[in-house]
Design a protein around this ligand. Structure first.
Ligand code: FES
Ligand SMILES: [Fe+2]
Length: 424
């Protein structure tokens, strides 16, 4: 099934008036790490879906999220004075509060100032802070319930979230996260050469994963998207299952070691050719140790707002090390495992034209997800409801590694299903 260019455009373009842009704006989107904003500190520019915004933290600690352009005459509010619980434009002093309301316009006569301010239209966006991240809702109207994924509800020392800014379209990021069949190939170098960088439980998990490079895949449609299980038969008759949770449109959860830390990914558009890749490491049972955090972020840039700052670029093939390849590292991209994903996506071009690709049976999940997204666009265009927002419990979604005997199925262990029936 070859994708037409128009279909590729429909899935990848996210501007205000595009079908996918309208769909994605209905989902709470991670915008910026909370620590980037200090009370009365410098406002910070944030770009999402090609739109320009400014985030600021008020004197009282609330986060404001407004269009970058001043509603008066368009001066950048990134230049604004952040003081007295509001952001004041430096041109004529209009002031916006944390809710995006204009509360002062000093050049207007005092007698009519209040009424004048109340008459100014300024888009209002939903803002929430959770897990050290500022989340925004840009969809207009009433915001859907907040995605209180497990990592959004844990104590701070159980969660580590960092962002990478990468030069490719958001869908390339999502498709890398939901593509299981590359794991035993692209990432195999880290399992054989650099495995001393990984802590023992992770290593054991990866060794199980490497025992069979062609697992069978099963999927299970859910109200939020898909569960996908990679099944490997073990020598003793048991099955090793890795169950990935695909929460559309852009959240993915990847299993870690059994009873160990979990992984989350979010790939969101900064613009149509640049994305924010949010990487989440969390442990529901215990605080994270440095070793566990390093398992994901070893050798990456120290900047938690762009941990791929040191990834390099196409001019030197991202520092690919041919010598290491000769010595057994499969990809030669030896800095970090996540960079292997970023580099292959970046190498496809900033917005890959899927009409050129030729898919195989191992791409079944990608085909399925594209189909679900296309159908959602059609449904929305016809005035239907936004999918993937209702009928499930966010905190119950957790990717899992499972080992079970011949009489069981991976579907027996679904947390979402269990908790839903326990609550009913
Ligand atoms: S342009 Fe911002 S107050 Fe005039
Ligand atoms: Fe990967």
């Amino acid at each position: 099934m070859v994708m037409k260019k128009e279909e590729n455009d429909a899935l990848t373009l996210t501007g205000v008036d595009t079908p996918m842009g309208k769909l994605l704006r209905h989902f709470w989107t991670p915008a910026i790490r909370s620590s980037a904003l200090a009370a009365d500190g410098a406002p910070v520019r944030v770009k999402l879906y090609g739109q320009k915004f400014v985030a600021f933290r008020t004197t009282d600690g609330k986060v404001g999220f407004v269009d970058e352009a001043c509603p008066h005459r368009g001066v950048s509010l990134a230049l604004g004075r952040n003081e007295g619980n509001g952001l004041r434009c430096i041109f004529h002093g209009w002031k916006m509060d944390a809710n995006g309301a204009v509360v002062d316009a000093p050049c207007e006569p005092a007698a009519r100032r209040e009424r004048f301010c109340a008459s100014i239209r300024m888009p209002r966006y939903g803002v929430r802070e959770a897990a050290g991240v500022v989340w925004v809702y840009l969809g207009g109207g009433e915001a859907p319930r907040f995605p209180d994924f497990e990592f959004n509800t844990l104590p701070a020392d159980h969660v580590c979230i960092r962002r990478a800014v990468v030069p490719y379209n958001w869908l390339q990021g999502v498709e890398a996260h939901i593509d299981s069949s590359h794991v035993g190939l692209l990432h195999s170098g880290f399992l054989t050469v650099n495995d001393d960088k990984l802590e023992p439980a992770t290593r054991a998990n990866l060794a199980q994963m490497m025992s069979d490079k062609a697992p069978t895949f099963e999927m299970n449609p859910t109200p939020y998207g898909l569960q996908e299980s990679a099944l490997r038969k073990m020598g003793d008759g048991s099955t090793y299952a890795r169950v990935r949770e695909i929460v559309l449109p852009f959240y993915t959860f990847i299993p870690g070691p059994q009873d160990g830390p979990c992984g989350g990914r979010m790939s969101v558009p900064i613009d149509d050719e640049t994305s924010a890749e949010w990487y989440i490491v969390y442990d529901p049972r215990r605080p994270l140790t440095k070793e566990v955090i390093d398992t994901t972020f070893f050798n990456t840039s120290d900047d938690p707002d762009n941990f791929a700052l040191n990834m390099g670029d196409a001019s030197n093939l991202w520092g690919q090390d041919r010598e290491a390849m000769k010595n057994g590292h499969f990809s030669g991209l030896t800095t970090n495992l996540s960079f292997e994903d970023f580099v292959v996506q970046a190498s496809m071009g900033r917005r890959y034209d899927r009409s050129q690709e030729q898919l195989g049976s191992a791409d079944i999940i990608i085909v399925k997800v594209r189909k679900m997204m296309s159908e959602a666009l059609v449904m929305l265009e016809k005035g239907g409801k936004v999918p993937w927002l209702e009928g499930f419990s966010y905190p119950a979604i957790r990717a899992q590694s499972l080992v079970y005997g011949p009489t069981n199925s991976w579907r027996d262990f679904s947390r979402e299903g269990q908790e839903a029936s326990a609550n009913s």
